[in-house]
Ligand binder design. Structure first.
Ligand SMILES: NC(=O)c1ccc[n+]([C@@H]2O[C@H](COP(=O)([O-])OP(=O)(O)OC[C@H]3O[C@@H](n4cnc5c(N)ncnc54)[C@H](OP(=O)(O)O)[C@@H]3O)[C@@H](O)[C@H]2O)c1
Length: 249
């Protein structure tokens, strides 16, 4: 799959980057010569992931970042500002699909709230904290990692659609956030898109996905490195053959 890279894009931050798709996105951006901050809520897991990349010669940097903790988010923004002075790419990847899964009618408000804290409110906290840094870039891109399960259209047209109340609705909300930010930031040429990586084998699904993490990272990387004038306010999803198509809202 083609990827686009602007010579002006050098600095990226990926949340939830200590493993899974986030780690693979960070690895891919590093392979393009970028400096990448790997955000992780756990310092040991984060520094372990970064050490493995630094040992391969990459400019990978750990930043402690729990997307549900405003103090952590603010401190991460201060670290990136102090060390790098700006940011070209933000990948809001951190997300959870909490288990065990109950039927919607048996899902508690607390379960829904806990998922929203990460998948929805965490994205707002991180995006707002990083926007002053992204505004210093000449080619800023924001990628929000969504899911096909967040598609209301697909759910409405398929009675067998998985009934994951918290997860599905959180990703639908994330899609709405994406469009809303994109509309605000269009005039500043900051491109904001939602990307579903496809079905990817990670801890989230007990490694049951069809794609490897590296394969699942390809479309997020492509949308993180869009050329000037590229799409904004869209949602796209990857297929098992690594092609991609628009994800219906
Ligand atoms: N796998 C798929 O098939 C699939 C499909 C569609 C969308 N997605 C989405 O892709 C993204 C990555 O998921 P994945 O499959 O790579 O799952 P994963 O391997 O479980 O990775 C999730 C990452 O999010 C981090 N995280 C969770 N809560 C956090 C918090 N409060 N603050 C910061 N980081 C936090 C985790 O950190 P810890 O290690 O500390 O828990 C981990 O690094 C998620 O948004 C997910 O919904 C995945």
């Amino acid at each position: 799959m083609d990827t686009h890279i602007s010579p002006t894009q050098r600095l990226a931050l990926v949340t939830g980057a200590n493993k899974g798709i986030g780690f693979a996105v960070a690895e891919g951006l590093l392979g393009m010569g970028m400096t990448v901050y790997l955000g992780a809520r756990d310092t040991y897991r984060g520094t372990s992931a970064v050490s493995a990349l630094v040992a391969r010669g990459y400019d990978a940097r750990f930043v402690q970042l729990d997307v549900t903790d405003q103090a952590s988010v603010d401190a991460a923004a201060e670290t990136v500002a102090r060390e790098a002075g700006g940011l070209d790419i933000l990948v809001n990847n951190a997300g959870v699909l909490a288990t065990p899964i109950h039927k919607p009618s048996r899902t508690s408000v607390d379960e829904v709230r806990a998922t929203y804290e990460i998948n929805v409110f965490g994205v707002v906290a991180v995006t707002n904290a990083m926007l002053p840094l992204l505004r210093r870039s000449s080619a800023a891109r924001v990628v929000n990692i969504t899911s096909n399960l967040g598609s209301v259209s697909l759910a409405a047209s398929n009675r067998a659609f998985p009934q994951l109340l918290a997860y599905n609705s959180s990703k639908a909300a994330l899609n709405a956030l994406t469009v809303t930010y994109a509309n605000e930031l269009r005039s500043e040429r900051i491109l904001v898109n939602a990307v579903s990586p496809g079905s990817v084998a990670t801890d989230q699904n007990g490694h049951a996905g069809a794609l490897t993490a590296a394969e699942g990272a390809l479309l997020p990387i492509r949308m993180a490195t869009l050329p000037p004038g590229g799409p904004t306010g869209t949602a796209v999803t990857a297929d098992e053959d690594l092609s991609h198509h628009p994800l219906p809202w």
